[in-house]
Design a protein. Sequence first.
Lengths: 182, 182
Amino acid sequence: MDYTEKTVSLKNGKTCVIRRPEAADAERVLRYQKETSGETPYLVVGPEDIGLTVEEQAERIQRWNASSKRLRLMAEMDGEFAGVAIVYGSGVQSRVLHRCSVDITLYQKFCGMGIGTALLREILTAAKAAGYEQAELEVVSTNAPAVGLYRKLGFEDVGTMPRALKYQDGTYADFLLMARTL
Amino acid sequence: MIYQEKTFSLQDGRKVVLRSAEERDAEALIAYLQATAAESRFLLREPEEQTLTVEDEVQFIRRKNEAERDLMLLAFVEGRYAGNCAINSHGDKLRVLHRCDIGIALYQEFCGQGLGTLMLTELLKIAKECGYQQAELEVIAGNAPAMGLYKKLGFEVYGTRPRDLRYKDGTYADAHLMVKML
């Protein structure tokens, strides 16, 4: 999906730049995935699951940028990598072409500044423009800041999947499933 | 994975053979996908979207048989192919290794005879032996026989996704999301 770079004002008076990653960002995207998956227990991927090479990640970025049904956006503040939001279709069959999934992650130090809100707004606007009618997501039910962000942007609860994630210490986390009409 | 062929009996005495798919089943499986899609509104695909070639289906069967934590099980009633069921893993990420998706579809003429119960009972047993701790599925709202079968086998509804499927006439169907601890 196309996207024109945008500068967004944040509540702390700073700005962040939202744009699509380019192939040259592959190394930063990988490092970001590795580091955020280590910072938080709320992701499906653990740091041990990030196995792509820089080259594979660069190819993935190019594939996403070329797709008419998928978009990955990244946010930078003062040139620093702050977060990523993605949208992708729920399937290729005609009966599910109206649905998409969204996902967003931020470095912890960039949480609570409004970057997540800005990223999510941009990705939802792009999703609607691409023809999607409904956006869906899954979030660990105890991740209150994320759940709050999604509710603020109109997402409603669809259900709670028990034991969606199992950690290596044997404990579990539930997923709250949410959806909103675009 | 490969399932060692087993023979069961339906309540009316007819013999049921359950076995893994083999490459020679490809044509029968394609015919089945086309027929069931035309018979039922509760499946993902429109009938005209069943465009798999025999070669595609052979590859699919090979992949399912080679995948250690996936299974496709075919049912034959008195020698006639009646339907299949499957276990699908959520991939190789550590945090979701304890979860699997399951699915089942039968030719309409074989519904309501205890075959689905027999197949799923065996499938869930294998899933548990395979180390899965919970099985999940989605069923389209309004598919009362399927819902009854899943409830009988211990599945519980944990959510309902609105507008899961969109039909060509512009109407939608919700999906009930179900889970069972193994």
